[in-house]
Design a protein around this ligand. Structure first.
Ligand SMILES: [Zn+2]
Length: 282
């Protein structure tokens, strides 16, 4: 088999491997995004819980302060009842008023803090519900990923082995070239030469439409074993089977090559016309 046929086989298998890999990759990317989302929610939950603990501790401290203030007020009231003169009575009364004012302030702050405790509890509840929802989404994503791996995993392993066998048939230099171009073109390493006009020796790259010199066509149609790249898009150029010369080993060659040059040109023109129509529509 000629180099270009081997390259085309490699290209066919390589495309299938890429398509399957991209299915797995997108399922994996989606699943990872869900896991990241959940990790973020878990961090937020911890933050809210810490806030809640701090608020509860603050409420507790205010309650202790409040009961201490109550005790002092009660003590002062007793003192008031046992006061022996008017001056003492007034002094105790003043102290009581100050203390009661302080106690009211403590109660006001405690009520505020308790409201914040309530709000934080509500936020935690909403947050917990969000986590449950996101977990459902994550579980679906994981299911899809597992399913994809099950569907694709075995087939991908087969195809990768097939790709390795196809790659073995291509010499190292051309294989490296193919791999490089396939990476650059996202798996579109091969481009068919479009025969614009055989009579006028006009040819174009089927992928980027840049003119291909006659010499390149001549080399490929003379069954040369060269990997020739498009000068513009770097894809490896090939001739459609119908445009290739008869392969002596295959004992006949492609059907279109049996006719006269005129027939070949006609067939090529019809194909190119269809191709250009297709391009125009894009
Ligand atoms: Zn090109």
């Amino acid at each position: 088999m000629a180099l270009l046929d081997n390259l085309l086989t490699l290209h066919r298998v390589d495309s299938q491997v890429r398509a399957l890999r991209s299915r797995v990759t997108s399922a994996e990317t989606y699943l990872n995004a869900q896991e990241r989302q959940l990790a973020l929610l878990a961090r937020q939950k911890t933050e809210l819980e810490t806030q809640l603990k701090q608020l509860q501790a603050s409420v507790h401290a205010l309650e202790v302060e409040q009961s201490a203030a109550n005790e002092r007020v009660e003590r002062l009231r007793t003192d008031l009842n046992t006061s022996t003169n008017d001056r003492q009575y007034k002094a105790i009364l003043n102290e009581m008023k100050v203390l009661e004012g302080q106690r009211d302030e403590i109660v006001r702050r405690a009520v505020e803090e308790l409201q914040r405790v309530d709000e934080t509890n509500k936020r935690l509840e909403t947050h917990a519900a969000t986590i449950v929802e996101r977990q459902k989404v994550r579980d679906v994503a994981r299911g899809k990923y597992d399913e994809c791996m099950k569907d694709v995993g075995e087939r991908l392993a087969e195809l990768e082995a097939e790709r390795a066998r196809a790659a073995d048939l291509v010499p190292e230099r051309e294989r490296k070239l193919f791999d490089r171009v396939a990476e650059e073109t996202e798996g579109e390493a091969m481009a068919e030469i479009t025969i614009v006009s055989l009579r006028h020796r006009e040819f174009a790259c089927g992928s980027c439409n840049i003119e291909v010199p006659f010499e390149t066509y001549a080399r490929l149609s003379s069954n040369s074993n060269d990997a020739i790249q498009c000068k513009a898009c770097t894809r490896i150029l090939f001739l459609a089977e119908a445009n290739r010369p008869a392969d002596p080993k295959s004992g006949g060659g492609a059907k279109a090559t049996k006719g006269t040059e005129e027939d070949r040109e006609k067939a090529a023109l019809a194909r190119d016309k269809a191709k250009f129509e297709k391009t125009k529509k894009l």
